[in-house]
Design a protein around this ligand. Structure first.
Ligand code: NAD
Length: 478
């Protein structure tokens, strides 16, 4: 597919005609499609289109706006296989994973469609008995949605759907690695008859297209998910010009396994948290702190199960773990494995690229670590690399688990209520998971991190309304 930009309801090439290729990371000979390598001129057109559509769109009722989202969900359901297959080819997750993600996208659309009929403010008692005081939520105007490649369907939707239902118009800029998949998602909105300009889609490099969107004076809010380096830049620019912003960034998520844990359950969750999506989830498990009393049992079972993992083509039903999303990701992961070795961590399993001439495949990798301040224990790797630590009890586990700059998600395995309560109270993470893997997101609940993982607002569920609207307090006297 040749993905064009989508501006004011039309698929158009970039103004200066440049395109780039999207390549299957698991088969470097397979070109998934092309996308537009846009420039500032395209950004200008997309923002103008969103600006033009803003007034009529906000005048519709929530129910009228919601009808478009319900229709988009139905169309996406009809196109599920095609979208899931494109995502698996374009970023390397297995087909089962991309089907799950597409279904999640559909559920997100229906959830926010319903928001059009839900409560939109509060009545507050005024001191004057003859006055009426209440709040209402109003749209912000043009919103920029800037997304990463690791959830190319769900993340654009969990930002775009609430932005639209609350009456904003959107310019969506996806990661270049998954531009073709995202174009297919946008095409569902088009087929649902969304009015021109409500959702605009523009592809190209972050430094050019992303940055000029963030700097644009008519963009009133920016919602971003991606790396900390990019997030910090966006935050500074948005703050300087008074735009509202929301940043969801990296993680270094721990699992704690207490002496009384169900070991099989803890092993399965650690394995899935660390290696599903080839470790490329912001909520992926990247550190495990295991009590000395069960350490060797846990380690033995974890290694046995890790060695059974089938790495292969994302479209092959036998594959459990697909390739990394790009050659850059592979190079980055291998560099961290080298650092781990040079920092004297013990490589327990994995550590090598597989079929490198074919694509960016890598073995699931586990290091046994002692130095908690080493790079592989502190920095986000964003690949299937787990750092395993033996600890003396829950207190030490919690102290080490908290000793990183990130605070996105964290999980504990224990049957002891005192352990659970200590973890819930003392773990610095936005997502706290007890007897469940660190990766796992419910669309109706607030999502986001603490410390450097987030700008501290929350996405999804009711929290989305907070970001995508402004509150007006109204006082009316007879
Ligand atoms: P990235 O920061 O490189 O890119 C994210 C998006 O920002 C892309 O669309 C990119 O083109 C754009 N961009 C790049 N430079 C820009 C700039 N100067 N101005 C504006 N936009 C710019 O991140 P990535 O590699 O695509 O994604 C991986 C990262 O995303 C990881 O750190 C991961 O933890 C994080 N992530 C976080 C969450 C979360 O919800 N916390 C979820 C998924 C991924």
């Amino acid at each position: 597919m040749d993905a064009h930009n989508f501006i004011y309801g039309q698929w158009v090439p970039a103004v200066d005609g440049q395109t780039a290729k999207s390549i299957n990371p698991g088969n470097l000979n397979d070109t998934v499609g092309t996308y537009q390598d846009s420039t500032e001129a395209d950004v200008e057109q997309a923002v103008q289109a969103a600006q033009e559509a803003a007034k009529p769109w906000r005048k519709l009722s929530g129910a009228e706006r919601g009808a478009f989202l319900y229709k988009t969900a139905d169309i996406m359901e009809e196109r599920l296989d095609e979208i899931a297959k494109t995502a698996a080819r374009e970023m390397g997750k297995t087909l089962a994973e991309t089907k799950g993600e597409t279904l999640r996208g559909i559920a997100i659309l229906r959830y926010y469609a319903g928001e059009g009929l839900r409560k939109n403010g509060d009545v507050i008692p005024a001191s004057d008995a003859k006055a009426l005081m209440y709040t209402t939520r109003v749209p912000l105007g043009v919103v920029a949605v800037i997304t990463p490649w690791n959830f190319p369907i769900a993340i654009p939707l969990w930002k775009t759907a609430p932005a639209i239902i609350y009456g904003n118009t959107v310019v969506l800029k996806p990661a270049s690695e998954t531009a073709v998949t995202c174009a297919k998602v946008v095409a569902c909105f088009e087929a649902a008859g969304l009015p021109p300009g409500v959702l605009n889609f523009i592809t190209g490099s972050g430094a050019k297209v992303g940055q000029s969107l963030v700097e644009h004076h008519r963009v009133n809010a920016i919602t971003f998910t991606g790396s900390n380096t990019t997030g910090k830049k966006i935050g500074q620019t948005a703050l300087a010009r008074g735009a509202k912003y929301q940043l969801e960034m990296g993680g270094k998520n721990p699992v704690i396994v207490a002496a009384d844990a169900n070991i099989e359950q803890a092993v399965d969750a650690t394995l899935s948290g660390a290696f599903k999506s080839t470790g490329q989830k912001c909520t992926a498990t990247s550190r495990a702190f295991v009590d000395r009393a069960v350490y060797s049992t846990f380690k033995k079972l974890l290694l046995e199960k890790t060695k059974e993992i089938v790495v292969g083509d994302s479209l092959d039903a036998k594959t459990w773990m697909g390739p990394l999303a790009s050659q850059n990701q592979l190079a980055n992961c291998l560099a961290y494995i080298e650092k781990g070795l040079s920092e004297k961590a013990t490589l327990l399993t994995g550590g090598h690229a597989i079929d490198q001439e074919k694509g960016s495949f890598i073995e699931p990798t586990i290091f046994e670590c002692r130095d908690h301040h080493s790079s592989i224990a502190q920095e986000e790797i964003f690949g299937p690399v787990l750092a395993l630590f033996e600890v003396d009890g829950i207190e030490e586990a919690l102290r080490l688990a908290n000793d990183v700059p990130y605070g996105l998600s964290a999980s504990i395995f224990t049957k002891d209520i005192a352990n659970m309560l200590a973890f819930i109270e003392d773990m610095d993470a936005g997502l706290i998971r007890v007897n469940a893997e660190s990766a796992g997101v419910e669309l109706q609940a607030p999502f986001g991190g603490m410390k450097q993982s987030s700008s501290h607002s929350r996405e999804q569920g009711e929290a989305a309304k907070e970001f995508f609207t402004a509150t007006k307090t109204i006082f009316v006297k007879a």
